[in-house]
Design a protein around this ligand. Sequence first.
Ligand code: AMP
Length: 237
Amino acid sequence: MNTTLNYPLFVFLGPPGSGKGTLAQKLSKTLGIPHLSTGDLLRKFAEGSSELAQQVADLLQKGHLVPKEIFLDILHQKLESSDCQNGVVLDGFPRNFEQAKHLDALVEDPSKLVLINVQLPDEVIVQRLTGRRQCTACSKTYHIDFAPPHQDGICDDCKNPLGIRSDDQKEVILKRLAVFHTAFKDLLPFYHARPFWMNVDANHSPEECYQALMQKLENPAIAQYLEPYFTCMKETL
Ligand code: AMP
């Protein structure tokens, strides 16, 4: 990728199943900028029939990270697309120290990355993920107990069928959590002293978590930088 990204980047960090995807989707709607979930990107890629697509599908199925040689190409193509030129809500990237260094090198001013660390204990995550359902078309997520769709098995928004992600089985979830914790040990010291680092406690309803996040984003230091977005945020709140 030759260009330097000089638009706002909201980076959601946190374990799989913490609800960071839901928060990222909401923020993306509020700000009117795309939600770029690297997991969704890779799942779409893995549906292809190429040998590479099958290789990615196998890695996803096992809960392993997709190697950078494959992953970065797919990510860069997306970041360079026309809909990603006014800001992006990143979800699932960076996932380790190497990817965080890569992101720093892509942006004009790394100190302006808005880093949102979503926190939730592992045992709550396992309970949440085993009940998760996802729209097979638009990727909107639901939970059979906590956030069911209006009609059983059907997406409220686009009316397509809901499915269970193949990596939402218990042993794969535990593997993904282990992968997350190992990588996060290096990410935390790299990021946590940055000016726009914030923690969000995800052990509440999605609405409560989102309100807490919005309050943090209204911090004057961030608001100053986000001014163009805040006008539209206030209108939609
Ligand atoms: P997620 O939907 O974010 O839980 O991601 C699902 C799966 O996609 C992960 O378990 C990885 O296999 C793969 N994946 C997502 N993001 C990345 C990334 N930044 N680097 C490598 N692999 C990734």
